[in-house]
Design a protein around this ligand. Sequence first.
Ligand code: IMP
Ligand code: MG
Length: 171
Amino acid sequence: MHDLKVLLTRQQIATRVAEMGRQITNDFAGEPVVLVGVLKGAAIFLSDLSRQLDLDATFDFIAVSSYGNQKQNGGEVKLLKDVDQSMAGRNVILVEDILDTGLTIAYLKNVILAHQPKAVRIAALLDKRSRRKVPIEGDYVGFQIPDEFVVGYGMDYAERYRNLPDICVVA
Ligand code: IMP
Ligand code: MG
């Protein structure tokens, strides 16, 4: 077992996700959107965020190679599962748990752009901006956090702790 310290409570997360949902609803008022979740870490965030959208929304999912049992991104991103539907001409919201080096989301944004969507936006619950290696920012960001490894609310350490309702720092 690891020593876990709560960084963001379930109440703080719920409040912020509701705010993000209102902002996205205003920005896309009257237009359909497709939420593209990055498996597996964004699954819980996507399910909560989607229920805060007063929009015509559909879901799709994409998967990339993960860190495995390490805490570092090796700099290589591999597409394990592409989207199921065409993204051409659509309003795409890439839904990610956390922006770290930015390599993953920069790669995925290019994957989506190759489909010639109407728009692509990035919604990330967390952002460790100090760790960025490529210049990319989220359009909707829940919380800026320090350079610490976090788990819970979908995020894992070696596949564990995804089901924790609060976001915790692994000591
Ligand atoms: P990036 O390509 O370095 O931005 O990595 C982003 C991905 O790394 C996220 O989708 C997460 O899956 C994973 N990741 C980065 N930091 C953490 C963390 O603190 N806890 C759990 N996963 C993380
Ligand atoms: Mg991830």
